[in-house]
Design a protein. Structure first.
Length: 711
């Protein structure tokens, strides 16, 4: 009971009540087409193929069970494969939820009819009506009571133990009521879980309360018990191939049932095949169902063992096939170069910033302000707020409505959005803001899918992601989040544009705002060589045009080494930047000549501690300066020099931006600072390919399945 209640709590009831058209079409097709072909097949086999009497009576039930597509199975499968946040994963979840609505309804009606043993013709009707009455009571009595509890919980406070215990007692009452009306005891707790508001505070509190006893005690105990009940020595070979044939045909029919509506929905054939495999995921829900049927003597020991074996076989087959056929990172491939270096000088700079910690907002706003938004070269900020998914199973990408005014807010996301809007209002006509919230499981590293997807659709020039270490006020490492590190590495691998990893040390200096001319922002660009350093320099060159930014370009040269063509290219590039800043008193250029990696490390340690931000490339061209330094690197997402600058041993208080230039097909091209005009899409001035996500003036946002607009 509590396991199914917990499943109901994590399910998105709103998605079940308002599924998309594709999800509805897929759900109806999968449920009824599979039912219409598989059950008659079982009846034909029972009539024409000799089999055990027990198998003959249970075969239609086994065939009907193949039509179910339990949402928890699909969610667990996609979470394990780390594709829950992909477009295909979201569609599979929505379709599975709609299938669950149909399956639960049909199962409840069928169970009520079968359990009514009286010969009176109205008995099945009364059984169905009593089930409806139970559902109405849960929805219109229990749900309002939960809303009353939520209204009594102060903002930011946790749910009291009294309320939690009362809800858990209600689970037992709902199970008892289900038995009284002739249903199975699992119906009431499942529906009860569905009406619990998902997410914090109530859904998260219930998940925290039930997580340990269910996953560590009840769940393993149940699986162990099911394994002990599985007696493979009672299986007859004739029964094995009959049930195997039904399971195989039903799986193929389910894939075909997906492909039919997918064809009319313009879903590619390969994706439709993968979607069909996703909806064929088997797991704990089938094991629960077969245990219920075994207890009700619908299945004997032989049929129970057969079904358990085929659940394991289906899982062992589907999982590797999906891994082979589906690579979600390919959807982020950008065939055009999206870099700061190759953008037009006066084109719009589109920056996607990922915000995980509210305390990092001042440093991010300073970075955005230093990026020098002007009417001739405006900045579009796409903010993706990373929120941990608790109390529910379905990840979400929320698009927030654009507001031109600040609104009172008590939520973390609200504070972040208001801070960005304040920056937008200060730079009116030069800056636009579009905000998203990516709600996902941090431990499964799903956020990179949303980040790369939004970056692709919004034609971002650069993505700024947070570093996984947070500094304390005394200069030590305050906290470490390995899930964020995994996300950063994945974004660096598949992002459709340039990427910057921001190491925020603003807490050490107070993050003085450069808005309203309150302070001067000191930026240092570390240049050794390589395309990533070129991108870092291009970003710094843009900052140098800001009236409150002083830029120091520090170039490290190897003693007595003329690197031929590479040195000449670097010289030409540096000369371009120096020429563009002729007469700019806020621009400083200096060269540091070092003999080896030891000298380079010493020079970095000797840099004056007066910078607010240092930028450097992630990778560098091969040089004797870097020999031996890589062995000491702890954070691969920062590269060798970035890792040294981020080390607490350096004693610096400056924030660090480690930049990686966008690769196109794994290749890098011209290092000139001059823009490549062919990289710009003529359909959108100053941008890349036409976006499927809106600008701030749009009112619609085609994010499939899980998009919720928030005011």
């Amino acid at each position: 009971m509590f396991f199914l209640f917990a499943i109901g709590v994590k399910m998105d009831s709103g998605m079940m009540a308002r599924p998309g058209r594709k999800a509805m079409a897929l759900g109806v097709s999968v449920m009824f087409l599979t039912l219409a072909l598989t059950v008659p097949l079982s009846l034909l086999l029972r009539k024409f193929v000799p089999m055990d009497a027990s198998l003959a009576s249970s075969l239609p039930y086994i065939a009907a069970a193949q039509c179910l597509t339990p949402f928890p199975n699909v969610a667990i499968l996609l979470t394990e494969l780390k594709i829950l946040n992909t477009d295909l994963g979201r569609l599979a979840i929505s379709s599975a939820m709609f299938c669950d609505v149909l399956g639960i309804s049909l199962t409840a009606v069928g169970f009520a009819v079968l359990q009514s043993s009286s010969e009176h013709p109205l008995t099945p009707l009364w059984a169905v009506l009593s089930s409806v009455a139970l559902l109405v009571a849960i929805v219109y009595i229990f749900r309002p009571a939960l809303n009353l509890i939520l209204r009594r919980i102060p903002q930011g406070k946790s749910v009291g133990e009294v309320y939690i215990n009362a809800i858990l007692i209600s689970v037992l009452v709902a199970g008892f009521a289900s038995e009284v009306i002739g249903q199975h005891y699992v119906l009431g707790p499942l529906v009860l879980g569905l009406v619990v508001p998902e997410g914090p505070p109530l859904g998260a509190a219930l998940e925290a309360k039930l997580e340990y006893p269910i996953t560590k005690v009840l769940y393993p105990t149940f699986l162990t018990s099911s394994g002990l009940k599985t007696n493979i020595f009672k299986i007859h070979l004739q029964s094995l191939w009959i049930v195997g044939f039904v399971v195989l045909v039903s799986s193929l029919v389910k894939i075909g049932a997906v492909m039919l509506p997918a064809h009319y929905s313009n879903i590619p054939l390969r994706d439709a095949l993968v979607l069909g495999l996703m909806l064929n995921g088997r797991g704990i829900c089938e094991i629960v169902l077969f245990n219920l049927w075994r207890d009700a003597q619908v299945l004997t020991d032989q049929e129970f063992a057969l079904n358990v074996i085929f659940v394991l076989a289906a899982t062992a087959t589907v999982t590797p096939l999906i891994k082979v056929l589906y690579n979600p990172s390919k959807q982020h491939i950008q065939v055009k170069r999206r870099t700061i270096q190759h953008a037009k000088r006066d084109s719009e700079l589109r920056i996607l910033v990922c915000i995980h910690n509210q305390d990092s907002v001042p440093s991010i706003v300073n970075l955005l302000e230093a990026s020098n938004a002007t009417e001739e070269s405006p900045i579009a900020v796409i903010a993706v707020i990373l929120v941990e998914l608790v109390g529910r199973s379905t990840p979400m990408l929320i698009a927030h409505h654009h507001q031109r005014t600040l609104e009172p807010s008590t939520t973390r996301s609200g504070h972040i959005i208001n801070a960005l809007r304040q920056y937008e209002l200060y730079n009116e006509s030069c800056v636009t803001i579009q905000s998203f919230s990516s709600i996902s499981h941090f431990e499964t590293i799903h956020d990179h899918d949303d980040i790369c997807r939004v970056a692709l659709d919004q034609n971002a020039t650069i993505v700024i992601v947070p570093f996984h270490k947070v500094w304390a006020i005394d200069g030590s490492i305050g906290s470490v989040n390995r899930a964020i590190q995994g996300m950063d590495l994945k974004v660096l691998e598949v992002a459709p544009c340039s990427v910057g990893v921001l190491i925020d040390r603003g807490i050490l200096t107070g993050s003085l705002s450069i808005l309203n001319n309150l302070s001067v922002y000191h930026v240092a660009v570390i240049y050794i060589g390589g395309v990533d350093d070129v991108e870092s320099l291009a970003y710094g060159a843009r900052m140098a045009r800001h009236q409150n930014v002083t830029l120091t370009l520090i170039r490290f040269l190897l003693f007595r080494c003329d690197n031929g063509r590479e040195r000449k290219l670097d010289n030409d590039l540096i000369d371009e930047v120096r020429l563009a800043n002729t007469g700019n008193p806020r621009f400083v250029y200096q060269e540091e000549v070092v003999r080896d990696g030891v000298g380079l490390a010493a020079s970095l340690r000797g840099l004056e501690d007066g910078f607010d931000l240092m930028t450097v490339g992630r990778h560098h061209q091969e040089s004797p300066l870097l020999v031996g330094l890589g062995a000491w690197s702890e954070c691969p997402e920062l590269g060798v020099i970035g890792d040294m600058l981020a080390s607490p041993d350096l004693g610096s208080t400056a924030s660090i931006l480690v930049v990686q230039q966008h690769r196109v097909g794994g290749k890098l091209v011209s290092r000139s600072m001059k823009p490549v005009v062919n990289d710009q899409d003529p359909r959108v001035p100053g941008q890349g390919a036409a976006s499927t996500l809106p600008s701030n003036n749009n009112t619609t946002l085609p994010i499939p399945m899980n998009r919720h607009d928030r005011q």
